[in-house]
Design a binder for this molecule. Sequence first.
Ligand SMILES: Cc1ncc(COP(=O)(O)O)c(C=O)c1O
Length: 405
Amino acid sequence: MWEEFEPLIDHRGLASGRDRFRPQSAKTLGVPSFSFAETDFKIPRHMQRAFRRLIDRGFCGYTVADDPTYLQAIVSWMKKRRNWEVQQEWIIPVYGVLRTMSMALRAFSRPGEGVIIFSPGYTAYEGLIEENGRSLVRCPLRIGLNRFLIDWDDLEKKMSVPQNTMLFLCNAHNPTMHVWPQEDLRRIAVLSQKYNVAVIVDETFADLCFPESPMTNYGAIAYGQPHCMIINALSKAFNITGLNTANAILPDEQMRRRFMEVFRAEQRGSGSIEPFAREALLSGYSDEGFAWLQRLFAYVKENFTLTEQFFAEQMPQVKIYHYDCAYLIWTDWRALGLSEAELEHFLMEEAVFCVDMGYKYGPEGQGFARIHLGTSHANVQAGLQRLEQAARRRGWISTEGARTK
Ligand SMILES: Cc1ncc(COP(=O)(O)O)c(C=O)c1O
């Protein structure tokens, strides 16, 4: 039934980051990790066929970045899947999301200025901001009943500081994997106009929103010309992270012109879309690509259900908040009362349940862990079993399965 997703990729001998960066305990035991944002699933078969056709033609040359077929595929996808009317001239094919955010820093801010992020936030932002000589301004999220919420007073205070000229907005938000409500986006846009803060929206996970949690849309906000740049990528949804490809969408002409100055300084002319990245986009942003994603959601949802059931029934000390998006899940371990080092030791060494530790996402991530569920049902079952055994040894689960702590 699941032959598209099983067997998983055999990562051996490919210099695969997902394999290489497994914690040592996982390598020793010969098990996969539940860390790293890249699934274990092979790319869709229709995309493999598109790559093969390209190989058969023997072409791997420069392409033009203003290819109407490529641009139209993005326009159609955004219209059909996101109800967002994008114009072809707003789109600039770029080389990866982080590299583009780095160029955005140079285009729309000056050295020493502050860049706001919501915290816990994606680990790479901190380095990117600081290595570009800007300063990181964390805006801690508030924890609501079941959701992470923006502290609007704190955000406005930080956006009103003239020194803070940029906001990195991750939608869907890594690591909590929630989508910002459209009303939040509208409020951010209002503040962005009021205080002249450029908003750089990282939509890397946009295509992974579960059907019941549709993606929201900063670019579609009817508030004058949005002072923003939106970056989309197929990398996480279709597991093509190694192609280092993305698309920047800049609805505002002035912003576009400024970004192009920095972009042109980086390379010859207006760039080239790598032929494999072009094929990947044409096959991903298609009806077949959409249908494949629906099947992926069905497959991965079982992993979410297994994990949620495990924690609800065996370890209710661990809390899971509302999420909208595959294939990562943000979990709260604070009720166990462990120090950060103790929690890490328990997960990595005792349970060999190797997750991404929450503290890597900022001080607000302490006591949390991000679990990667983009793998087989069998891997998730085996991982949860190791976790259960380790928790039993600690006395956190009684033999009857009831909580003892
Ligand atoms: C939110 C987010 N943005 C960007 C990236 C990296 O994108 P790229 O490899 O295109 O630079 C990641 C990778 O994990 C991510 O989680």
